[in-house]
Design a binder for this molecule. Sequence first.
Ligand SMILES: Cc1cc2nc3c(=O)[nH]c(=O)nc-3n(C[C@H](O)[C@H](O)[C@H](O)COP(=O)(O)O)c2cc1C
Length: 192
Amino acid sequence: MDILDVMKKRRSIRKYQDKQIDREDLEKIIEAGLYAPNAGGGQRAKIVAVHNKELAEKIGRLNLARFDRSKLAGGHVSSEQPSNIDDPTIKNGFYGAPAVCVIFGTKNFLYSIPDAFCCAENMVLAAADLGIASCIVARGEETFDNEAGRALLKEWGISDTDVARCFVILGYCDGDYPPMKPRKDNRFMIID
Ligand SMILES: Cc1cc2nc3c(=O)[nH]c(=O)nc-3n(C[C@H](O)[C@H](O)[C@H](O)COP(=O)(O)O)c2cc1C
């Protein structure tokens, strides 16, 4: 697909089928993340892919536990694919997606967060190109800031110098795939 078509087609999906994605596709999505632009060429971002629905759900519950309504950026996100902001009855920050990639960055590095989100953006675009639904989810650090979270980081061998920055959840869209969102006007100018 043309890259601009992929960008326009990609949407944040929050309703997932039970079906797991193939490991081969997951590996391609990870590879896309690894090729993201990165501050100073340091390639500091690291990815842990959880290709396991039960574990993804468990981490998604930890993620939602740190969801703070008082810090919301907006009151409404999506009617077709409601988020935790729209629908307080959704009990998981990962919406039942069968796979999730945790993106880590270096603690105390100025560009650790932008690095992680560049990585995430490459990954969601690669996923869209493969026909796989995705959504970037925030609250990386908070998700693991508890006993269960710390136990997972230990189990995965994550160094104390790394910190989870964000997530890319992955799966197949359940129901109608939402149409592309119209863009707001007057958001750019070209100076000749
Ligand atoms: C920095 C960032 C953080 C986000 N965090 C969340 C999140 O925690 N939960 C969620 O459901 N969606 C999250 N999203 C997805 C946005 O809600 C989504 O991109 C936005 O509503 C636009 O919709 P679209 O991706 O379908 O075009 C995040 C996106 C970005 C870029």
